[in-house]
Design a protein around this ligand. Structure first.
Ligand SMILES: NC(=O)c1ccc[n+]([C@@H]2O[C@H](COP(=O)([O-])OP(=O)(O)OC[C@H]3O[C@@H](n4cnc5c(N)ncnc54)[C@H](O)[C@@H]3O)[C@@H](O)[C@H]2O)c1
Length: 340
């Protein structure tokens, strides 16, 4: 008999990634129970609860936060609701796992950090790349001094194509708030101790130029200067024809590490056309282990272990870069991070 006490978790927001996280809690974690799901969309929580055998479903988020059986919540709503729900959850005494971005303004980020500190509940953010084996080993190599002092860093997100999104329904600046925010966290995490000082961003609508005049961006490049002299480049595009391509690179005084591989596995086909590999097509396939490991770590923190995952302060730091990018694109200039 296991002596591990399962942690009772509720999902708030039963959409694409929330459903996947709920499945992780219910089916992939051995020490957590999925006890409730909340989503205001008619039938969404009920259908997912039925599929995953969760005992309760709600259309009212306040009801799930008032439930004494719930110890922790996973917030996977659209980004604009994250900070207010995180604050309410902390005030209700629930541990908080919040999808990125934690907030859309620094003031709201500060509120989430203050509320979780005041309630003494763990707060972990869904920067899942840190849990991918390749990226985790990269950070370990940096900690062991294997590349020396970082000088050039690179992080990229190329979502799988063909692009099937709806530009008219995509909130403005999504490419910075929701896509490149992963890269900003990755670059900060791979450059431990360094502070970003300056950001220059350019963005365009190359996939859907017909939406450019409405402020839609599907392609962006960002340079970040750090106070240790290093320079980082982050780039994103919403439609990589060949798959879901996530990579990182750190070049330092003593060497270089590269992380990430669009190839699904080492299975290589040799045939009349040559040599080929299949590629990742979905985040939930590529990062299934990382997504699960981040929740396993969160569960440990809820049970009292030290939080090792990305914190509210980490989310705030990545958000500051996203906000500086928005200013940089809007004003067509380099932006200092000193005011953020
Ligand atoms: N870490 C990652 O790799 C990753 C991947 C995908 C999405 N995300 C993030 O997760 C969040 C959700 O993305 P998604 O693609 O699953 O969105 P989605 O639109 O598929 O799902 C959002 C769900 O939240 C529900 N919802 C709306 N308002 C709500 C409210 N006030 N309270 C509770 N539920 C509410 C909607 O009905 C919907 O079911 C976004 O912030 C996104 O950036 C992160």
């Amino acid at each position: 008999m296991s002596s591990i006490r399962p942690v009772n978790i509720a999902l708030i927001g039963a959409g694409r990634i929330g459903s996947f996280h709920a499945e992780s809690v219910a089916r992939r974690l051995v020490d957590a129970n999925l006890v409730a799901i909340a989503d205001p969309a008619s039938g969404a929580a009920e259908a997912l609860a039925s599929k995953l055998d969760a005992p309760k479903s709600f259309t009212d988020v306040a009801a799930v936060l008032a439930d004494p059986d719930v110890e922790a919540v996973i917030i996977a709503t659209p980004a604009r609701f994250h900070s207010s729900i995180a604050v309410q959850a902390a005030e209700a005494g629930k541990a908080v796992f919040c999808e990125k971005p934690m907030a859309l303004t620094l003031e709201d980020a500060n509120r989430v950090i203050a509320a979780t500190k005041s309630a003494k509940v763990p707060l972990q953010i869904g920067f899942n790349r840190r849990w991918d084996q390749s990226f985790a080993e990269g950070r370990a190599a940096i900690d062991e001094g294997k590349v020396g002092t970082p000088q050039l860093l690179r992080s990229l997100t190329r979502d799988p194509g063909p692009y099937g999104g709806s530009p008219e329904k995509t909130p403005l600046w999504t490419i910075f708030y929701e896509t490149l925010i992963h890269d900003f966290d990755t670059l900060l995490w791979l450059n431990p101790g360094a502070r970003p000082v300056e950001v220059t961003a350019i963005a365009d609508a190359l996939i859907r130029p017909d939406f450019k005049d409405k402020g839609f961006h599907d392609t962006a490049v960002v340079t970040i200067r750090f106070d240790n002299g290093s320079i980082a480049v982050a780039e994103a595009n919403f439609s990589a024809s060949y798959g879901y391509d996530i990579r990182g690179e750190v070049f330092g005084s003593d060497g270089m590490i590269t992380m990430g591989d669009v190839r699904r596995s080492s299975m290589t086909l040799f045939d009349k056309n040559g040599v080929s590999n299949d590629t990742w097509r979905r985040d939930t396939d590529h990062f299934v282990h990382g997504y699960t490991a981040q929740l396993a770590s969160f569960v440990n923190a809820v049970r009292g272990a030290a939080l090792v995952g990305p914190t509210g302060e980490d989310a705030r730091a990545a958000l500051a870069i996203a906000l500086a990018c928005i200013k940089s694109v809007s004003e067509n200039r380099t932006v200092s991070l000193s005011g953020f």
